[in-house]
Design a protein around this ligand. Sequence first.
Ligand SMILES: [Zn+2]
Length: 149
Amino acid sequence: MNRIPASTLEQEAAGLPLPLNGEDPLFAPHLRALAHGELLVRQCMSCRTKQWPPRPFCRHCQSEDFSWIQAPGAGTIASFSIAYRAFHPSYVDHLPAATALVDVEPGIRIAGRWVGELDELEIGANARLVVDDWAEHGVSAAWSRVEGQ
Ligand SMILES: [Zn+2]
């Protein structure tokens, strides 16, 4: 798995906080693991349903008893969106930019920035996890194409 070095995006944001989940305690175990290249999702200990994104209680059985389990660091592109206008000032110089929704296993669909050429984006194509490193702001999941495809 590749790790993308901290970019200058944060410096370009003119003091605005980056739109990351770093301060949300529901995401903390996921983000700590992601910093080491592992993708964790929540699993309900009552009904065993895997869940993403994390919620305070199970959407299937309402239990509040969860553990974190490893999910595959690869999957297939379920959908994507290409932005031609920046939703945050830090992205102005990086347009157009894409976000991919990747199914890593049934019921677990994870969004992340697309790292690569936009013409590589195709629904059903394979994608692999990469980690966006936002320096002191934390990390976020990103996706890129699988080599050789
Ligand atoms: Zn449950």
